[in-house]
Design a protein around this ligand. Sequence first.
Ligand SMILES: [Zn+2]
Length: 119
Amino acid sequence: MDNKPDKNQVKKIQKEIDNLKKVLRKLELRPCKHDADILQKEKEIEDIKRRVRSLEIRRECCIYTWWKDKLIVYHGNVITQKFHRSTCKYFNWKNCTEIFRARTEAVEAGYAPCSMCKP
Ligand SMILES: [Zn+2]
């Protein structure tokens, strides 16, 4: 499959998050002399927190896509007794209601591989 998300991408995002959290801790410890300082500090903290949140969402999406990619699912057509890959146009076809987690599972159930997607 093309452009699959890799673990390195997740690691890279995690590193960015860790760095931002370090900056945040330092920022929180920075002493403030007057009100303007406090306001400025709060603004900076809020900004970093927002960046961390958006990175965390990106990280979750990456992990999710990565796992979804690893999950191999075949759909079997209960009428034609053929099974298909998720990329096949017949994957979500009518009567394609049987779900298999592995190729062997489908074959053992008496299903034949589709001649189009060759699972
Ligand atoms: Zn197919």
